[in-house]
Design a protein. Structure first.
Lengths: 471, 572
């Protein structure tokens, strides 16, 4: 994993942005967009089935109709509420939409109306388009298939330009370089082609091949690069400072045998990455760990549990109560990374969902001390439930968390409160982001009092351990 | 089995009834037959390799000549072979329930004695001096300690079905490893008592060795809560293989945490599983060699090395011995009836020596090979055997699609006796066995392509599997009372003899995490060997099924009757 340092934010941002651009522009998408009535009805099915304390079907439908009418500048009929209440089937609802003229004008309006309707409901369910569902799955499963590049439009040359050819990726292995301009893909000229469509031409299934004709800016010398698309793994666990394309320095303070590891989010590869990192850190003589869960993205419950389990030696972690009153117990197995190491976890208001579960379990089990700021009250878990027939999905609250130790408030309460103002937090985030690019950062590490406190605590813990061992 | 003999019979001689002959295996006229090599042992001078074959023979390989010098039929179904004192070999005959004492001399083997032991001996080891021998008997759950070369014996009951044994340095303790699940027992050899039982989150220990002050164990790890998707498999999140080291001091100290100070090395890597570690040997310099039976490879290296070398050696390598200098490995390939001679520093197979010509395989035989083949699964992560260990169960939970969805992990069911127990899966969703085999290949093992002939052959093999015998035969009067309780409480309504199941699903007051309430009753044949119990393994023992979980409800079976009922069940 150290050898394949890739940069999740950059590529996914590009991917998502490109995806939505393609949706808006491509004509066929409009005609294929499912009717609003069918979408909202399916969404209400999913909400009623999975959501904790769901709104009633009538409320969901009523909000939806109102949203569409408001968007179109129409006034809702006075008896709309009564009419919606009388609806018992999808067909009746679709009839009603026609009757009151609540038909979004195109696919984009349909999606926007649906998003608006759901966002106003209790629990704030969020509609995901099929593309969004796909990209979420790719992110969680860490199985992005491609040739390992990040691209942008070159304004002067009007050609797509390679920003980063990822280390170890097919493009770089084929001889591709940064700043390459893509002249052709599989023999098709790419001059004047929109970024979204270049991406489409470049994308394909695992194991399929693609040939690009490229040149450097200002040059006329072209090169053919042939490569096979493969899974490009992204790193989700990082060290403190990137020292080369494929290596991190885990020291946040030189000379101190305390390793710093930051999680961008639990994905399918995180447990594996942590195992690799642990072996490396042990061989390098580290003896304590700072785990930074500030700004960690949410992941699936399976991956969240894998990561918490990685730090815990057996026993319970948490319970989840679902909308049907069923309870799932999450337990750790007895294998445990960083066994016997003192651990401090950095938390702040952005330590929510997956990160909050992990931090909370480590705190409740006495495995780690939490340093930083309280996180906002959560207490529920959200998941992405698919709509039938590939219509996308709905992200909604599906479970209530029961922590091992009941606390007064559902959010995280640090053991050591250390505030960090917005300006400093932004500087820390910029530092974090810069560790995800392939070049070692030029900037100096920012001031981070939360990290400094964690290092102090671990320094003391190691000292205490040493004294204990000495007698 | 007569106490018979050996050697240098004319080429082409075969086993006739109970008589045993040796014969030149390399002779071209030899009748093709299967050997199934399962264990290897190097002669003291390093010139010959003794290969125990499941078919009953021990082949003697002339290493320099790279050929079989002779094969001596010594038993009915050999499971293990080990060197005792100079020139003496011990073979475990699983079917006969005997340890066969052999002497190696010249080019052949002489059968000295047969020592009856508890049924299904699957592992035999000797102490350093060669005079005290240890035997693991699988289904009886017993370890027999044979002192003074078998003149005295002690029998030790262990709380699981044992397979591998490891005499610990000092000669005072014996480590016993679970054949299916994750338990380890330490037996004190002076008192013949189980001193400690440790439970690891691991299963199928296949390969134990001492390295310095640690014990190395090769095993598999199944994650109960990770769904069997292709993506999770890729990263080794569903099932992975590991070589674990445990400090001996921890194993020997009652109450100590055995995991403290230990290490675990994953053998697979993303995109490249290490299906079914099945044999282990450690050289004097600390190089460990693990055979990966499921993917036809060996993997080797030292504890210090970050990445280990993997080398393809055959189809199903299951046992390995090392030369004294640790530079050569001799690997038995159970499926190909061959031994690979491997040069470790060069990372090369020098030669593959066939033990004899193989006949065309029957569907059942092909199915057995497939059952142990992890290459059927995505990236070689697991075979059928990886969870259904040797056709039985590892006792763990797995989150497969066999119940129609992910999110409610279920206990891995035994396949021993599976043919008569349809419909299959916990929810009884598969009315035909071949269909379930196909589904498992597709949605559990994530085979890229499911071939009809594979489904056919695997199904044929499954149909040959029979339920395991009970660990102990209970007293007739107890069995009678137990049967009365079984009848009185209407157990047969769902668990109807002779298969002790019925082709329906029932709501017995249990539900899984996905809300399923109707389960197909698992067959009770061999149930005493197949714990833990109920769909999610919530009952650790058969007693708990009734005393803690009130099965089948609504009114509990009176405590006083549970003992007899359980004894009856254990004898099915």
């Amino acid at each position: 994993m150290f050898r394949r340092c890739l940069f999740v934010c950059l590529l996914l941002t590009a991917g998502v942005a490109v995806g939505s651009a393609a949706d808006e522009k491509a004509a066929p998408a409009k005609t294929e967009a499912p009717p609003f009535g069918r979408l909202l009805w399916s969404a209400s099915d999913v909400i009623l089935e999975h959501q904790i304390s769901p709104p009633s079907r009538q409320q969901i439908l009523l909000d939806g109709v109102r949203k569409v009418l408001a968007k179109a500048g129409k006034v809702a009929p006075g008896d709309l509420s009564r009419k919606v209440s009388a609806v018992t089937t999808r067909e009746q609802f679709e009839e009603l939409l026609k009757e009151v003229g609540a038909i979004p004008k195109d696919g984009a309006a349909t999606v926007s109306a649906l998003e608006g309707a759901l966002a106003g409901l209790p629990g704030r369910p969020h509609y995901y388009s099929p593309e969004h569902v796909e990209s979420t799955g790719i992110h969680e499963n860490n199985n992005y298939v491609g040739i390992g590049i990040q691209i942008k439009m070159h304004d002067k040359e009007k050609l797509t330009c390679i920003v980063v050819p990822f280390p170890g990726g097919p493009y770089r292995r084929a001889g591709g370089k940064a700043n390459d301009l893509i002249v052709e893909v599989d023999g098709k000229p790419m001059a004047g082609v929109k970024l979204a469509d270049v991406v489409k031409a470049l994308r394909g299934g695992e194991g399929t091949s693609v040939t690009t004709l490229v040149r450097q800016p200002g040059s006329t010398e072209t090169r053919f690069l042939k490569m096979v698309r493969e899974v490009i793994p992204f790193q989700s666990a990082m060290g403190y400072r990137r020292v080369s394309e494929d290596e991190y320095d885990f020291h946040a303070e030189p000379g101190l045998p305390v390793a710093y590891v930051r999680l961008t989010g639990p994905t399918s590869s995180t447990y594996h990455e942590l195992r690799r990192i642990e072996r490396h850190l042990r061989s390098e003589g580290y003896r304590a760990l700072v785990l930074d869960l500030r700004g960690t993205n949410p992941g699936s419950m399976v991956h969240t549990a894998q990561v918490a389990d990685a730090f815990l030696d057996g026993g319970e972690m948490w319970k989840i109560h679902d909308s049907h009153g069923r309870v799932k117990e999450y337990k750790a197995d007895r294998d445990c990374l960083f066994r016997d190491w003192p651990v401090a976890v950095l938390v702040n208001s952005s330590t929510v969902e997956s990160a909050a579960l992990i931090a909370g379990a480590l705190q409740d089990r006495g495995r780690a001390v939490l340093v930083g700021e309280a996180s906002s009250p959560g207490g529920t878990v959200r998941s992405l439930e698919p709509l039938p027939d590939g219509l996308g999905g709905v992200n909604l609250p599906t479970g209530i968390v029961e922590r091992l130790k009941a606390s007064d408030r559902p959010g995280l309460t640090p053991d050591h409160v250390v505030p960090l103002d917005n300006k400093h937090w932004e500087a820390v985030q910029t530092w974090h982001n810069s560790q995800e690019s392939p070049e070692p950062p030029a900037a100096k590490a920012p001031e981070d009092p939360q990290l400094a406190k964690a290092l102090d605590l671990l320094r003391d813990a190691l000292k205490e351990k040493k004294e204990k061992a000495a007698g | 089995m007569g106490k018979l003999l050996l050697l240098a019979a004319p080429a082409g001689a075969v086993v006739l009834g109970l008589l045993t002959f040796g014969h030149g295996a390399s002779a071209p006229t030899e009748t093709p037959r299967l050997h199934h090599p399962v264990a290897v042992s190097l002669s003291a001078d390093g010139k010959r390799l003794f290969v125990a074959n499941r078919s009953g023979g021990v082949s003697v390989l002339d290493i320099a000549a790279r050929r079989v010098a002779v094969e001596t039929i010594v038993g009915r179904r050999l499971a293990d072979l080990t060197a005792a004192s100079a020139g003496q070999l011990l073979a475990a005959d699983e079917e006969a329930g005997e340890i066969v004492v052999l002497t190696a001399g010249g080019d052949g083997l002489k059968i000295n004695r047969r020592i009856p032991v508890a049924a299904s001996p699957v592992c035999v080891r000797s102490d350093a001096g060669g005079s005290e021998w240890y035997v693991a008997s699988l289904w009886p759950r017993q370890v027999t300690v044979l002192k003074k070369q078998g003149a005295e014996r002690r029998v030790v009951d262990v709380p699981f079905a044992p397979r591998q044994l490891l005499p610990l340095p000092g000669g005072k303790k014996l480590l016993v490893a679970d054949s299916f699940g994750g338990k380890l027992a330490v037996v004190d050899l002076a008192t013949s008592k189980v001193e400690a039982v440790h439970s690891l989150d691991a299963h199928a220990f296949r390969g134990l060795a001492v390295l310095g002050d640690t014990v190395l164990l090769a095993h598999q790890v199944l994650a109960p809560r990770t769904p069997t998707t292709a993506e999770e498999m890729h990263w080794g999140n569903v099932l992975h293989q590991a070589l674990r080291s445990l400090p001996i001091s921890g194993l020997l100290t009652p109450g100590a945490d055995v995991l403290r100070g230990g290490e675990i090395r994953p053998l697979g890597e993303p995109g490249r599983g290490a299906g079914d570690p099945s044999g282990l040997a450690v050289a004097a310099d600390g190089t460990a060699v693990v055979t990966l039976g499921g993917v036809g490879e060996i993997i080797f290296g030292t504890q210090k090395e970050e990445s280990w070398t993997r080398l393809e050696v055959g189809r199903r390598p299951t046992a390995v011995a090392l030369s004294a200098d640790g530079k050569r490995a001799f690997v038995a390939d159970t499926s190909s009836d061959a031994v690979a001679l491997v040069n470790l520093p060069d990372g090369k197979v020098e030669a593959t020596v066939a033990l004899g010509p193989q006949p065309p395989l029957t569907p059942e035989e092909r199915g057995e090979h497939l059952f142990y083949d992890a290459r059927l699964s995505k990236e070689g992560w697991f075979s059928c055997h990886s969870c259904h260990t040797d056709g039985h169960t590892n006792g763990g939970l797995s989150d497969t699609l066999s119940d129609g969805g992910f999110g409610a992990p279920k206990r891995v069911l035994t396949l021993l006796g599976v043919k008569d127990t349809g419909p299959w899966t916990w929810v009884g969703g598969s009315p035909d066995l071949a269909g379930q085999v196909r589904k498992s290949l597709k949605t559990t093992m994530r085979a890229l392509r499911v071939r009809d002939e594979h489904v056919h052959d695997l199904t044929a093999y499954l149909r040959t599997l029979t339920p395991p015998p009970p660990a102990r035969k209970a007293d007739e009067s107890i069995l009678r009372r137990g049967k009365e309780a079984f009848d009185r409480h209407g157990c047969a309504k769902c668990h109807a003899p002779p298969t002790y199941t019925t082709p329906k699903t029932y709501d017995v007051g249990l539900h899984d995490e996905a809300g399923n309430v109707a389960f197909n009753p698992p067959s009770l044949r061999g149930v005493g060997q197949a714990g833990p119990y109920l769909h999610d393994g919530r009952a650790a023992t058969l007693e708990e099924v009734f005393t803690r979980h009130g099965h089948p409800g609504p009114s509990p079976i009176p405590r006083g009757e549970v003992g007899d009922l359980v004894d009856f069940l254990r004898n099915l």
